[in-house]
Every structure is written in C-alpha cells, then in structure tokens.
Design a binder for this molecule. Structure first.
Ligand code: EPU
Length: 415
C-alpha cells in the first residue's frame, strides 16, 4: 500500500502550474461519445479518475489515444453494452455515461457509481430528469437500466442545484427532440466547460453558468476540439499551501474569477496575495485572523476546499467556524488534524476551530480526496514527519502532487 511521507516545516517557493480540472474532465470524457466522430480534448489531467474513464471508453469499443495531456476519442465504433460494476464503481463520475449513452442510444445499463464516501450521494434527481425526458428507469439491486423510445425535451426543475444532475441532463437532452429547460441549474464553471464542449460539437445550449439552461435538441453532433479549464480546487489547495508555508509561491494557470470566494476569505484573514491575470503569488503572514466559512454552491465557498482550508484555520489566532452545507460526512479529516495537535470540535454540520495550534507530524489516513489534501497541507506545516495512508484517494484528484510540491521545496515522497 502506498503512503505519502512529508517532512514538514519547509518554505514553499517557486511556481506550481495548475492542471486541467478533474471535475470538468470527468464529464467531458463521457460526453465525447455523443459525437460519432473524433473528439480531441486538451489539458486532461493524468489522474486515476481520468484513467478509469478511459478504461470504460475502451471497454465500450472506443479508440482512445492519449498523448500527455491530450486525449483523442473516436467513438464511431462503440457498442452500447452494460457497464460492469468493477469499472463503474472506481469513480463517481462514471454516472456521466448514463446521460451520454442514454442521449446517444436511448438506453443505458450500468451499476451505481462509486466515489468518495462524503455523504449519501443519491442520484434521484438524475433519474427523475431522465424520466421527465421520457425514459423509464429500472433498478435491480445495484444496477440501473434506463431506456426510452425517444427523448423529448421538457422543463425540469432541480430541487437541488446539483452539478452532476445538471450535466447529465445536458448530455441526455443534447440530442433529444425539442427543447429542454433546466431550472435551478448548477452554475459551476465545470458546467460551462461541458456546455461549451457540446456546443463545439454542434449542440445548442444557452444559459450555462446561470440558473436556467436551455438545450435545443439536435440530430447529429460532429467532431471537435476542446480544452479543459484549469482546476480551481487544485489551484485553491496550493494557494492555501502558500498561505501556510509560502514565500512568493506562484500558482500559475488559474482563472482568478473561479477562486474569488477563497481569495476574498484569505485576504480577510491577512494572507499576502498578489493577483495577476492568470496567477497568484502567495506569501505566508506571521499572524492570521480567524474567520467563518459556510460552503455553498458556486459562486459561494466550495465544499471541495472546506477540508483544505480547515488546516489554515488551525493557524489563525482565535476561533473560526466552518459550516458544511453540501455533504453530510465531510469532517472525517478532523480526527486526524486533532491527532496532529489542532483544537477542533465538530457538532453536526459545524466545526469550531480554536487556534493557533502547533501541528506535529504523525500517522494519519486520507478518508477521502479532499480530506487527503487537508492532511497533505497539515503535513507541510507540521513539525516532524507526517505519514498519510490511503493515498489512492489523493492520487485520484491531484495530478503529480508529489512532483509539484517537491519542485517548490517541500520534502514529500510516495513510499
Ligand atoms: N443530491 C441529491 N440528489 C441527486 C444529486 C445530488 O440529493 O440526485 C445532493 C447531494 O447528495 C449533495 C448535493 O445534492 O448533498 C450536491 O450534489 P451534486 O450533485 O452537486 O454533487 P456531485 O455532482 O455528485 C460534484 C463534484 C464534487 C463536488 C460537488 C459539489 C464531480 C465528479 N464531483 O459532485 O466534487 O463536491 O459537485 O460542488 O464533479 C471532489 O472533487 O472532491 C468532489 C466531491
């Protein structure tokens, strides 16, 4: 079993280049099968989640070429067959094959997706939307069969502005008959990226990035080229690393607007930040003010940075509060932060952090992806050696994390 070992206390300086966004790439790859020709996607991060989707494409018979960060997907010869549990459960985003296969073949058979255990993670909104588009949904134990004679556009109101449901509806509706409207759609940048990709293929989607998305179904989608946006959560994680240990640490290839909520919090806390057109330069401050954070849908503070920023809150002078409103089980990192010396109490969906506390390296476990990122950050700031178990969670989402941090002065290795 692989572990990450960090010798803490080293200053981070130099440049970290941000990779393509995991949560965009994992939707774009399944979306590529909607065209019958070749889709070329640039800036695809080399992480185990994209490798797992590649495996599903190959299983379905797509011809996939991968050259560094470029993926060329030819889906002209794919066969629509059941996606077995062994490959669907490797990641959450395998569920985008539901929307894509349903949209293309009007039928999909697959097992319930996997992913981090950060909450119950139902897919009721996805399934309800497929039904509203005219499909029937059958579930047998863990397997779903969704099929339709034809998909017909309709108005779909989402009870929750779900990222996954919004994308899955766009995938299913892109080739449906007539017009689909998504009300209370999610507004995350990854949704805009997927809509742009589909439009490049010839889809007619407007309103992505707002709470009302309109999809006018088209008959055919054609070959296209597209680029994955920079990963705002990876960027945010390294920006926080800079706030903890940085000396002019440059985080490069960022869309600043995508991390507005984080940057405004860090400024409020007293972190020294220089902002460029596509970069930030971060330097650690001697004294940080405490703050309160409530996770919200975009453009609010992202749940995916809630665990990473908690590490920084342990270094603030005073009491900070965090409220997690998206996932029910996203405080599993706290047990390990406290083992390292922090003073955090969790009560339901709220955590209270009293700082500053000295962090000391010890053995900890990455219970999920962002909990893992939180512990990497804690390890960088701690005195002594931190050993993180279950690192496969971290490697699912952070491209070349060891190399990127080593390049800027961290003592970190995979053992
Ligand atoms: N929800 C339902 N029913 C549904 C769908 C969602 O009740 O059918 C609930 C969820 O249980 C959750 C809330 O709605 O409480 C929001 O879920 P959403 O569907 O927006 O999340 P997701 O699409 O499953 C994506 C990211 C997550 C990120 C969330 C929120 C991907 C592959 N995953 O998940 O990323 O936390 O949006 O921004 O895009 C991560 O990268 O670490 C990660 C977990």
């Amino acid at each position: 079993m692989q572990k990450i070992k960090i010798q803490g206390g080293n200053t981070l300086t130099g440049t970290i280049n941000i990779s393509g966004a995991k949560n965009s790439a994992v939707a774009l790859i399944p979306a590529a099968i909607l065209c019958d020709e070749t889709a070329t996607i640039f800036n695809v991060p080399n992480i185990s989640d994209t490798a797992a989707l590649n495996e599903i494409l190959v299983y379905l018979g797509a011809d996939v070429k991968r050259d560094g960060e470029t993926m060329i997907i030819d889906s002209s010869k794919i066969t629509n067959k059941e996606i077995p549990e062994g490959i669907s459960k490797k990641l959450r985003a395998s569920y985008y094959f539901m929307g894509a296969l349903l949209g293309k073949y009007k039928k999909v058979e697959m097992y319930f997706p996997g992913g981090c255990s950060i909450g119950e993670r139902p897919i009721n909104l996805h399934l309800k939307a497929f039904e509203m588009l005219g499909a029937t949904v059958k579930s047998e134990s863990n397997k779903y069969i969704v099929e339709a004679d034809e998909l017909i556009g309709t108005e779909i109101y989402l009870d929750i502005a779900s990222v996954g449901a919004t994308i899955n509806i766009m995938l299913a509706a892109a080739k449906a008959k007539g017009t689909t409207i998504i009300d209370n759609a999610a507004k995350e940048p990854e949704i805009v990226n997927v809509a742009t990709f589909l439009n490049n293929m010839g889809a007619k989607i407007t309103g992505a990035g707002t709470s009302e998305i309109k999809i006018v179904g088209v008959e055919k989608l054609k070959k296209c080229m597209h680029e994955v946006i920079p990963d705002r959560i990876e960027a945010g994680t390294y920006i926080i690393a800079g706030a903890l240990m940085g000396e002019k640490l440059k985080i490069n290839n960022v869309i600043p607007e995508h991390v507005d909520s984080l940057i405004s919090k860090l400024k409020e806390m007293g972190v020294k930040i220089i902002e460029g057109t596509d970069y930030f330069i971060i330097t650690k401050s001697e004294k940080l003010k405490p703050t309160n954070i409530k996770t919200l849908v975009y453009p609010g503070f992202p749940t995916d940075l809630q665990q990473p920023i908690t590490t920084l809150l342990t270094q603030c002078s005073g009491t900070s509060k965090v409220q997690e409103t998206i996932w029910e089980n996203r405080f599993q990192n706290i047990e390990y932060l406290n083992k390292m010396g922090s003073n955090i109490k969790v009560n339901g969906d709220k955590a209270t952090i009293v700082g500053p506390t000295k962090l000391t390296g010890c053995e900890v476990r990455a219970t999920d992806l962002r909990a893992g990122a939180c512990l990497v950050l804690a390890g960088l700031a701690a005195e002594g050696t931190t050993t993180i178990e279950n690192v496969e969670h971290i490697l699912r989402g952070y491209e070349q994390i060891i190399q990127k941090l080593t390049n800027v002065g961290a003592k970190i290795e995979l053992v």
